[in-house]
Design a protein around this ligand. Structure first.
Ligand SMILES: [Zn+2]
Length: 350
């Protein structure tokens, strides 16, 4: 196996945003496009303080392609870009990223591994037929049937009501908010609960996580917990109304119904699950407080409605949501399931 130096690729979407891909791992293995959640970045797959996903994939012979889509905290768009919804991610970001990767891997197998809101966008794009010919898809936390707790629903409602006011984004780093800014009361409301004494951690859970615990503390390396402010950036509120609409429908739905530019996207992704042309692995921690048992539900719904699809569901005992990727023991507890799935479906394809 030849390991090449990481390569950074910048590419432009059809609507004019510059996004990034980083290639890590063996030069000639099957490829895996890694899709992060909203407001974090591709760094969630490559934390240096733990044995991370890209290392495990490289050791198993896979080449990682780390995507930073427009919701990445390593890009400027959450703070200063044009407002966007998941429709834009599904229509512009993911297909463009796939094209960039394919141009460089030839006919080697290509998988997608997606987390949280990244997985919702993959579901939307995949059922639109915009990600054809994948060897397999792994979705963590949620896929076609988003479902959240009542308290999270209330906070998403609060967040979506703020759109149109002067507040269009939130900081995750409590130190940037300060004690007396005009947003202090809002932040106090969002972060008042929580047992962890670290205000940024409380902000991450109760602001970003909209009231849900985003990870199990026990699973985090202390060094990861100490740099949550680096890992979580500014949160754009723009996609929240779309998320709220999806959650109320318990389905991945299109936001821009009357805009012809988005007509390629299905009005309801679940109704077009038959367009999924590859095996799917649905992952979830048993303690996923952000999306509850959304992926278990997704598995049941797909098994009943689309029995021809190759979809399986794997639960990770004692894990929450983000710790399935950033947890100090994720290499042992989670990534093995990933590699098993990739091995099974890349055999004979290359
Ligand atoms: Zn904490």
């Amino acid at each position: 196996m030849t390991i090449t130096e990481p390569e950074l690729i910048t590419f432009r979407t059809a609507d004019g945003l510059d996004l990034r891909l980083r290639r890590v791992g063996p030069a000639d293995g099957p490829a895996v496009l890694l899709v992060h959640g909203q407001g974090v970045s591709s760094e969630m797959f490559s934390l240096t303080e733990i044995r991370n996903a890209t290392q495990v994939l490289a050791d198993a012979g896979y080449q990682s392609w780390l995507l930073d889509w427009r919701g990445s905290c390593r890009l400027p768009y959450n703070e200063s870009g044009p407002p966007y919804t998941l429709d834009d991610v599904a229509l512009y970001d993911l297909p463009a990223a796939l094209t960039e990767v394919r141009a460089r891997i030839g006919d080697r197998p290509l998988f997608v591994v997606a987390h949280c809101i990244g997985a919702l966008a993959v579901a939307q794009s995949l059922t639109a037929g915009l990600l054809p010919g994948l060897a397999g898809v792994v979705a963590q936390g949620v896929f076609l049937t988003p479902k959240v707790s009542t308290s999270t629903r209330m906070r998403v409602l609060l967040g979506s009501e703020l759109i149109g006011s002067r507040v269009n984004h939130l900081e995750s780093d409590f130190r940037k908010v300060g004690l007396w800014s005009r947003r202090t009361l809002l932040y106090a409301a969002l972060s008042r609960k929580g047992e962890c004494p670290d205000p940024t951690c409380r902000m991450v859970h109760h602001g970003w996580g909209m009231g849900a615990e985003l990870f199990e503390h026990d699973h985090l390396d202390a060094r990861t917990h100490d740099r949550l402010a680096e890992l979580f950036g500014t949160i754009s509120l723009a996609p929240l109304a779309h998320l709220r609409q999806m959650e109320l429908a318990h389905a991945v739905v299109r936001w821009n119904i009357d805009d012809d530019r988005y007509r390629a996207l299905p009005a309801n992704a679940l109704d077009h699950a038959d367009r999924i042309d590859c095996p799917v692995l649905l992952l979830s921690g048993t303690r996923n407080a952000a999306w509850l048992d959304s992926n278990k539900l997704c598995h049941e719904v797909l098994a009943a409605r689309n029995p021809e699809l190759d979809v399986r569901y794997v639960e990770i005992p004692s894990y929450g949501h983000l710790d399935t990727f950033i947890g100090r023991g994720a290499a042992l507890d989670v990534f093995g399931h990933l590699v098993d799935f990739l091995d099974e479906h890349s055999a004979g394809q290359a």
